[in-house]
Design a protein around this ligand. Structure first.
Ligand code: ADP
Length: 276
């Protein structure tokens, strides 16, 4: 993996670059994203055809980090027929009357399909922790509960990738200002986003714990420097290609075997017609 930072041990988001671009320039990055995107397209098609695994992409990041933009970028390569995008907002009263994973599980991907979570169950240890929406003794237990939930999904052939889009407060300010200035972006304008900036350090702490405590081989976290949108798209596309590639040979073998079976069935059918 060349562009994203794979979590390994204790995370200190405040020390991790939001702009790192490995010497790559924008034009090269866009060109590489296109090439990787083609690979992603093929891998998704194979996964769909094989129907043995699902892919869950969890997208987290501060307000304006680029979750929507990342999904728009991926939509150029991911076939929407095999993909479900789910945004997680403030829970409804019905959702709040259940455990915090109740609203999440139904959106986990079926075999062959991709689910993209725009925010996720991690909000229950991020915004909920920062604003003390439940007592500490409740949110503290959630790291283990999340790990167990993700283990369950992984043990049932869900490939899980978790991506934290890491932007600086300066870049966030620019993006929030742009929402005030540009008519086309004004619908995203929210005083809440400005107010959340007062809690920036508390969010950093909450992210550090979520990334550290809920990282595992079955559900790894990646941090993507996200101040440059073109770099973010390159890093995200690379993560997905690298994640799916190890399954490619198995999926191909599975498809070949099914192709052979179908051919044999067809041959038998034709023979039965001849002998009629
Ligand atoms: P976007 O994801 O584009 O920012 P909104 O502006 O509608 O969409 O924001 C969704 C809001 O819902 C965020 O402020 C987020 O923190 C909040 N949210 C998501 N999940 C929860 C949760 N479990 N508890 C409380 N707030 C949540």
């Amino acid at each position: 993996m060349s562009y994203a930072i794979k979590v390994d041990g204790k995370v200190k988001l405040q020390d991790i670059s939001t702009t790192k671009h490995n010497g790559i320039e924008e034009d090269d990055a866009r060109e590489q994203t296109g090439r990787l995107g083609k690979e992603l397209e093929e891998l998704q098609e194979l996964m769909f055809a094989a129907g043995t695994h699902g892919l869950l992409i969890v997208l987290q990041g501060r307000d304006t980090a680029g979750k929507d933009g990342t999904i728009r970028g991926l939509s150029r390569y991911i076939n929407i027929q095999g993909c479900h995008v789910k945004g997680f907002k403030v829970p409804t009263s019905e959702e709040l009357a259940h455990d915090f994973l109740w609203r999440v599980h139904p959106h986990a991907p079926a075999k062959g399909l991709v689910s993209i979570f725009n925010r996720s169950h991690y909000e229950d240890v991020l915004v909920v922790r920062v604003h003390e929406l439940v007592p500490e003794k409740v949110w503290k237990k959630r790291y283990d509960q999340i790990n167990e939930f993700e283990q369950l999904l992984a043990q049932n052939n869900t490939i899980i990738v978790k991506i934290c889009l890491n932007i600086s407060l300066e870049e966030q300010e620019k993006r929030l200002m742009a929402r005030e200035e540009k008519v086309a972006k004004a619908w995203k304008l929210s005083v809440g986003d400005w107010k959340e900036r007062e809690f920036a350090d508390a969010y950093t702490e909450a992210y550090n714990d979520a990334l550290t405590k809920c990282d595992g081989d079955h559900a790894p976290w990646y941090i993507v420097p996200a101040d440059h949108k073109w770099y973010r798209d390159l890093a995200v596309t690379e993560i997905l290609v690298e994640t799916l590639k190890p399954y490619k040979d198995d999926w191909l073998r599975d498809l070949e075997a099914r192709g052979e079976e179908a051919k044999a069935e067809l041959a038998a059918y034709r023979q039965s017609l001849e002998t009629k």
